[in-house]
Design a binder for this molecule. Sequence first.
Ligand code: HCI
Length: 356
Amino acid sequence: MSIDDELRWDGELTVARHDRETGTTFVIRIDSTRLGPASGGTRAAHYPSIGHALADAGKLAGAMTLKMAVSDLPMGGGKSVIALPAPRNRIDSATWSRILDIHAENIDKLEGNYWTGPDVNTNSSDMDQLSRTTKYVFGRSVDNGGAGSSAHATALGVFEAMKATARRRGLGTLDGRKVLVQGLGAVGGDVVRLAAQAGARLLVADTDPQRLEAASLAGHTIVPADEVLRTSCDLFAPCAMGGIIDSAAAASIPTLAVAGAANNILTDAAAGEVLRSRGVLCAPDFVANAGGAFHLVGREVLGWNEDDVVERTRGIGRTLDEVYSLSEERGITTEAAALLLARTRLSPASTTAAAT
Ligand code: HCI
């Protein structure tokens, strides 16, 4: 994760800034503006090094490009990472406010080539604050004229992905199936609720005792966080951090299918190959978790109403069917098939791109 290595990157632009007063480093990476202005959320976290922050931003920006392309949205891919001097819960509100103001200034200097939105550790009220300095912000609170949280749309899309994946894997509906959800945040919590309504038997994991207590009261089975990858289930839904399945995990994880909300669930293409060799059907995350993008871009750029967002988000199941058919036809991983679909749209010869 050296900075030298990380800057040898195929994306369009890396912007970085350091604030000595708070000890914060700001990174914005624009992966592609091929289909429209780059967009993707702002993630705030405590990273081991600036190289790690650059790597995270680059990978996430690339995933946004693919997500927009495969979802037929007229946007490119980018991402912001705010590398905090300490974990987010140890940053006081005055410091956080200064950090947001500096981040907003950086975004504004990109003059609309990059649009941000909420991501891990940022929310609609943070977007409200950014919007006082720059207009290139999605997901402000509804009271402030924005589309508000995208969590529900993301969860709905993941639920559609779970259903389509279970069906294709020969599991039928989710009714009576063992579904393991890792991460009970705004999205994961909603995924649990939707899966429970569909009759799934839920196993849940999180590091927050309060969330676990609520889940336990709702009748779900708690799985210790460090046993997630060893817990037998029909479908595994990673809804916390990415990078959860490497080749070793892929070789042993006792599940038949994977479909979740986290970005970059697989550490690399090799992990996807291992899953495929074992017959574990994996929904590519940049297809499964696109509901949030439908919500933010749909409401704030394309003039959609709530029903339009729901309809397009439900379409994630159909897109996955297309991905699964392509993967079967070509004998390639589902991730490779989804990449193929996205890249068709990104290729210079594609005429549908600019017309959407
Ligand atoms: C995401 O998919 O990560 C959220 C969607 C999004 C879309 C545009 C700007 C920020 C976040």
